[in-house]
Design a protein. Structure first.
Lengths: 469, 467
């Protein structure tokens, strides 16, 4: 039987505004506990929220990048529940009148573009951080006491909800990578999963190919890297298929994914359904983004990563194009090609050597690096590596390295080749006896003798000639 | 000798300006009055140590947050809570140099019409201490009427400034929603709460309103306001006074109250006003029930922060959820509990549209009805309270009877409109209040009408038994 996964994502993005969502406290990580707080974010009696204009503008910008319609009139709502990390007893969030809605985001795949529907993107405040001391498993129930750090409380978050349009764990991962790259390029968040500034939960169900309705879905939380997300979703898809195939039923449930063991652990089910008693926030007036602001922000949205992958595919395979874009290296790649570098070689240098050497692609002078790439055949390998590693330095010039062209002079190389062959009589005999794989062994020895300065292509040809003689 | 029972704030200001008395002497006079009569009246929950300004002293209702001065909102759950910041109105009052006499009694979280819901015991009416001063701002009203403060601030959600002013024979203004900052005011129902003055005269009221009103960047719902004018005119020429039938013929209006109001309406004519009948058919029938959905719904939300985690009462018992449960059970009195339950129910899934959502729609209808009436009239008049001050205990066991005290004040509150209550006579020796409702931001009109009537009525605001 052929099963089709149905996946939707819920993504939280921490905006990097200077101050919190509804008060003037600075929003920063790593400050001593409870030092970035005030009456508003500690919910003292009478304290009132004042919305952060920057956060609203950035949310609109993100909404535009996600192809959303920007609401003429959005509302904040209060979402109620009791928890020590929620000082007001409610979270200010958005409910039935979000800021951004009905968008779509293109995820290119090897088999074409997939459009992922964006249900909504809304603005809300984050909760504080709690630490439960004593008891079992760091949970509030059974702990000896809990400590709360309100520094994070009230920092701005955008929640993005997708339609259940993703059809594989891999596609979900690619969607998130492209989304992350978009967010970073908008300059509104660091969007780092390890730091928790980008978090994603997945809703997963499976159905038989051809089926049109949706089956019961489960939610997977606690996946803090792209590969964990892919693995978590994959594990859940397999589990669900196994359940259906053995005649079982999927129960609506939330799971935590443990990347160490690969296991999914069901969270304790609540006895009653959540009732958040949503209430339009009476302390805030409706958000009505002016049309001029929306248009100005629209003009600031850069070309989206999905479109760039498609464009790069002209000269490259899908994987490479996708890799360049999601790693944020495609702009350098394009500059190199524009400066005359061979596309495949440029992609290889940018993705492997430059990345391996830890060079910041934005710091590289593309024209200079393009010169190196063009002359790569004639520059000794060690020298090329050294040059690439230095290409991000200010005032970098290719000239110096181009001067160190590889030794191609046969009269200089021949005596060395002859010596190497003479020293390895038995291998030479084996080669001549048919073991042609030994060619690389001789070439390597010659390269070592010349300290990497010989042109490997010339050495290759010359050795083959001599052995064939 | 300063007669705090008679001295208006404006007169006190004059005494200070002319150096007839020193700020210290003025302060001491009120402190002496407090020492003399507060044991009987119980207006104050907290008294200041000494004057922190050189102006005319002021009393603030205990829902108004004051930095460094305990602010309980009349609740045990906030006993000992000392704000680390000033509410905007407290800051403006301080900036104007008005020293704080103390914090006045209130029904718990401003929920009530008699101060009998205060966790710290009721206040008493200076006209007759066996009767209530009204509520929730009964402490402020009794303090001003009893000469224990020259003026005071209250807060009004459904009548908590106007109704006690009426029952104590003084002036109270509930300003247009959005003219006075709510920042630092212990919230009851955010879309209705509004701070306003409680004073002896309409001019005092305008003076104090001028100090506290105006846009505040810390309260997103505030707006810029027109310049406040001190009323001078003693006639009502050119003013169109509307008499809404339903507000004036509502069931439960005492005959003595009706007579005093009718006399005052006649007086409006004599002062040159054009008087006519008008109608608010749905505002009175539906105002109260809808108010008792919206206000408790918002209260259930606003009171969620009292969980014992950060400040106020904490009753530790059985982990986090046990602590929250026991703290709230022990800290809240019956009325907040009643409203939290009503409100949580009205907001719960599946009931929202039928209750809170529907009430909000009715609120729009009420606002539209008022707008229509204001096409023909500049102000609408009625009694403020259907009854004069009632005896302590008369309604405290019957929440519905108590809720009806606000029947006439609630409609304009729901519409976000300003309302002024002035004393307009006596019934059985107890003050009757006239409610004057105006258009949005038309406080100046209310001051003008109130001032002219005040002059013509010549009501003596000093309680008879204290003269």
């Amino acid at each position: 039987m052929k099963w089709e996964p149905v996946i939707g994502l819920e993504i939280h993005v921490h905006l990097k505004t200077r101050t919190k969502m509804f008060c003037g406290c600075t929003a920063e990580y790593g400050a001593p506990e409870n030092t970035r707080t005030c009456p508003v974010c500690l919910a003292h009696p009478g304290a009132l929220p004042v919305p952060n204009e920057q956060a609203i503008a950035w949310s609109v910008k993100l909404g535009l990048a996600l192809g959303c319609r920007i609401a003429d009139r959005a509302l904040f709502h209060r979402k109620h529940y009791f928890y020590p990390d929620l000082p007001k007893g409610y979270q200010i969030s958005q409910y039935d009148a979000p800021l951004c809605l009905e968008g779509r985001f293109v995820v290119p795949g090897a088999d074409g573009d997939h459009e992922i529907g964006i249900t909504r993107a809304h603005l809300e405040e984050d909760a504080a951080k709690t630490v439960h001391v004593g008891g079992a498993g760091g949970r509030i129930g059974g702990s000896d006491y809990s400590l709360v750090d309100f520094n994070r409380g009230g920092t701005p978050l955008v929640e993005i909800v997708t339609e259940p349009d993703l059809r594989s764990a891999e596609e979900a991962r690619r969607f998130l990578q492209l989304l992350r790259q978009t967010i970073v390029e908008l300059g509104i968040s660091d969007a780092e999963m390890e730091k928790g500034t980008l978090r994603a939960d997945a809703n997963v169900s499976v159905r038989e190919a051809g089926e049109t309705g949706y089956r019961t879905r489960t939610e997977i939380k606690n996946m803090n890297s792209f590969s964990f997300i892919a693995r978590g979703i994959e594990a859940e898809i397999e589990r669900q298929i196994a359940v259906w195939e053995s005649g079982g039923e999927i129960v609506q449930q939330t799971y935590d994914f443990d990347p160490g063991s690969g296991a999914l652990t069901a969270r304790r089910t609540k006895e009653e359904a959540d009732d958040y008693r949503y209430l339009p926030e009476p302390d805030l007036v409706p958000v009505e983004p002016p049309a001029e602001l929306v248009e100005r922000l629209r003009a600031e949205v850069p070309e989206l990563p999905g479109a760039r992958v498609r464009r790069l595919e002209g000269g490259l395979d899908f994987e490479t194009a996708s890799g360049l874009v999601t790693s944020g290296r495609d702009r350098l790649y394009e500059a190199l090609v524009a400066a005359g570098a061979d596309p495949r070689a440029a992609a290889n240098v940018v993705m492997n050597q430059l990345a391996g050497a830890g060079v910041d692609p934005d710091a590289v002078d593309a024209a200079e690096l393009a010169k190196l790439i063009e002359a790569r055949e004639s520059i000794p390998r060690g020298v090329l590596a050294e040059a690439i590693a230095a290409s991000g330095e200010p005032g970098f010039s290719a000239e110096r390295y181009l001067g160190e062209a590889a030794v191609t002079d046969v009269s200089e190389l021949d005596p060395i080749i002859d010596r190497v062959l003479a020293e390895n009589e038995s291998q030479v005999a084996l080669y001549r006896g048919g073991k042609e794989g030994l060619l690389g062994y001789f070439v390597g020895a010659v390269m070592r003798e010349t300290h990497g300065k010989a042109n490997p292509k010339v050495v290759n040809e010359r050795v083959r000639e001599k052995l064939g003689a | 000798m300063i007669d705090t029972l008679r001295l208006t704030a404006e007169e006190a200001l004059g005494l200070l300006e002319r150096n007839d008395v020193s700020p210290g002497e003025l302060w001491d006079a009120y402190r002496a009055a407090i020492d003399e009569r507060d044991e009987e009246l119980h207006c104050y929950l907290t008294l200041s140590d000494g004057p922190d300004g050189e102006g005319v002293p002021i009393a603030l209702k205990d829902v108004i947050g004051t930095k460094g001065v305990e602010t309980t909102a009349g609740s045990k759950i906030l006993e000992g809570y000392v704000p680390v910041f000033d509410s905007t109105v407290a800051a403006r009052v301080k900036e104007a140099g008005l020293p704080l006499l103390g914090k006045t009694n209130t029904d718990e979280f401003a929920m009530g019409s008699s101060t009998e819901n205060s966790a710290y015991g009721p206040s008493h009416n200076p006209w007759d201490p066996t009767r209530v001063p009204g509520g929730s701002g009964g402490g402020s009203a009794a303090a001003v009427a009893g000469g224990l403060a020259p003026w005071a601030l209250g807060s009004d959600t459904g009548g908590s400034i106007k109704q006690p002013a009426a029952l104590c024979g003084i002036v109270g203004l509930r300003p247009t929603y959005g003219t006075v900052s709510r920042y630092g005011i212990v919230a009851f129902a955010s879309s209705l709460d509004q701070v306003g003055p409680t004073t002896k005269t309409v001019r005092d009221c305008a003076l104090l309103y001028r100090v506290i009103a105006g846009r505040d960047p810390l309260d997103s719902t505030t707006a810029e306001i027109p310049q406040v004018k001190l009323p001078e005119a003693e006639d009502l020429k050119g003013v169109r006074v509307g008499v809404p039938r339903e507000l004036n013929e509502a069931e439960g209006i005492e005959p003595g109250v009706r007579e005093a109001v009718e006399r005052t309406i006649e007086l409006c004519r004599e002062l040159g006003a054009e008087v006519g009948e008008t109608s608010l058919p749905r505002s009175v029938d539906y105002g109260l029930p809808c108010y008792y959905l919206i206000a408790p719904a918002e209260a259930s939300s606003n009171l969620a922060r009292y969980d014992g985690v950060r400040y106020g009462l904490r009753v530790s018992n059985g982990g986090y959820h046990g602590m929250v449960e026991h703290t709230r059970d022990g800290g809240f009195g019956d009325e907040p509990k009643r409203r939290i339950m009503l409100g949580a129910y009205a907001l719960s899934a599946g009931y929202y549209e039928a209750f809170y959502g529907q009430a909000q729609k009715v609120r729009t209808v009420i606002a539209d009805e008022h707008r229509a009436a204001f096409e023909d009239f500049d102000v609408l008049v009625s009694a403020t309270s259907p009854t004069v001050a009632f005896p302590l205990g008369a309604k405290s066991q019957d929440p519905l009877a108590m809720y009806l005290s606000d029947l006439l004040t609630i409609p304009s509150c729901m519409a976000g409109l300003p309302g002024l209550s002035i004393p307009c006579g006596l019934s059985d020796g107890l003050p009757v209040g006239l409610q004057i409702v105006g258009r949005q931001f038309a406080e100046n009109t209310l001051f003008r009408v109130g001032h002219a009537l005040e002059k013509a009525i010549g009501f003596d605001y000093v309680p008879e038994r204290l003269r």
